[in-house]
Design a protein around this ligand. Structure first.
Ligand code: NAD
Length: 359
């Protein structure tokens, strides 16, 4: 019996999470779910979208399965997802992207692993609003210590990238590559322009790579990486990236394998692990029992593997693969036309997966 924190999330999160809970139990593993709500509704009820009880629960249970949580754009509360990763020091975001046979996609045989740094970079949340004391102080400081100037009507976001943060994420990528028999790690950056932040990321990547002579290492500039992934994705294997590029490339890679409905993920740190899909809360579909639960189910497969429940993980993965291959009980996003009347519902996908598992 595993005690796992279950965060249903908001938007379409609760319906997807429920589908995933059901298939995980059908895979034959016993869970005691410690359900903890967080997100927009909790913000309105409790004044904080991520109350301490949620973090305490994850600290107690060490493992969590999380639905997506909405972040207001531009204004409003800071991202619960980012805060959670920082508060629990879940420094690696692991996002495998591989094509399942039968998935509607322009590419075949994609097998990429995105390793995204999860705590630093422009996601650090060190920001100063236009006209704030902080923004003014930074504008003055920059004027005093350099020959550059920042326009007085600027908002400012700071991009810290450290040796410590980079070393551990690049090491994680190499260790993952070694353990999973992957051939190459590509470090992605924009070190030609941001010489002291991305430049440091590249320098540390090169240093760490020396400890792994059995694995090929190369680096790519982010803009070129985007083009390469669209044109010849088969050349790439494990990609390690700073936070923001990792976020963007995760969605690009999801596009290569048939969409966000198929892209799973895990946030891992030294002590805790939070499993969640790459996609967000898709709020326009809230309550419609319509969106694809497979990305979160595949995150559940990752969780089973993490827990050492290899057999159950295989069983669930195989059932999901055969549902995708048959193409019958899949949601609208996996049909050739999004308005296909034969599109399966979220809960219907769970039913179909469960019937495969228990056959
Ligand atoms: P999104 O991932 O929710 O949606 C992007 C597109 O993909 C939309 O067209 C959506 O309908 C579709 N989509 C997403 N998940 C799907 C699924 N399971 N099945 C079928 N289609 C799916 O991204 P967004 O619209 O940019 O963000 C919505 C909200 O989610 C925002 O508030 C954002 O901050 C938040 N978000 C949360 C997380 C997280 O919880 N980790 C991650 C990304 C975005």
């Amino acid at each position: 019996m595993y005690r796992v924190t279950l965060i249903p999330g908001d938007g379409t999160g609760p319906e997807i999470t429920e589908a995933v809970r059901r298939v995980l139990e059908a895979a034959g593993v016993q869970f005691e779910w410690d359900v903890q709500n967080a997100g927009e509704d909790v913000y309105h009820q409790e004044g904080n979208p991520l109350p301490d009880r949620v973090l305490e629960s994850i600290k107690r249970n060490k493992v969590a399965l999380k639905g997506p949580i909405t972040t207001p754009v531009g204004t409003g509360f800071r991202s619960v997802n980012v805060t959670l990763r920082q508060a629990l020091d879940l420094y690696s975001c692991l996002r495998p992207c591989k094509t399942y046979k039968g998935a509607k996609t322009r590419y075949e045989n994609i097998d990429l692993v995105i390793v995204r740094e999860n705590t630093e970079d422009l996601y650090a949340g060190i920001e100063y609003q236009k006209d704030s004391e902080g923004a003014k102080a930074i504008i003055d400081l920059v004027k005093n210590i350099s020959d550059k100037s920042i326009r007085p009507d600027s908002g400012i976001s700071i991009k810290p990238i450290s040796v410590f943060g980079t070393e551990r994420i690049v090491r994680f990528a190499f260790e993952y590559a070694r353990k999973n028999k992957r051939r190459k790690v590509t470090s992605v950056h924009k070190a030609n322009i941001m010489k002291f932040s991305d430049g440091l990321f590249l320098e540390v990547s090169r240093e760490v790579a020396k400890d792994y002579p059995d694995i090929e290492f190369e680096d790519k500039i982010i803009d070129n990486m985007c083009m390469q992934l669209v044109q010849k994705p088969e050349l790439y294997d494990v990609l390690v990236l700073p936070n923001l590029y990792g976020d963007i490339i995760s969605d690009l890679a999801a596009g290569l394998i048939g969409g966000l409905g198929l892209a799973p993920g895990a946030n891992l740190g030294g002590e805790y692990a939070v499993f969640e899909a790459t996609h967000g809360s898709a709020p326009k579909f809230k309550g419609l029992n319509k969106v694809n639960p497979l990305a979160m189910m595949l995150s559940g497969v990752m969780m089973l593997r993490y827990l050492g429940e290899t057999q159950a993980a295989e069983k669930l993965d195989t059932a999901i693969a055969s549902i995708i291959k048959e193409g019958k009980h899949v949601t609208y996003d996996m049909k050739s036309k999004p308005d296909d009347p034969s599109a399966e519902t979220t809960s219907g996908v769970a039913d179909a997966v469960i019937s495969k598992i228990t056959k």
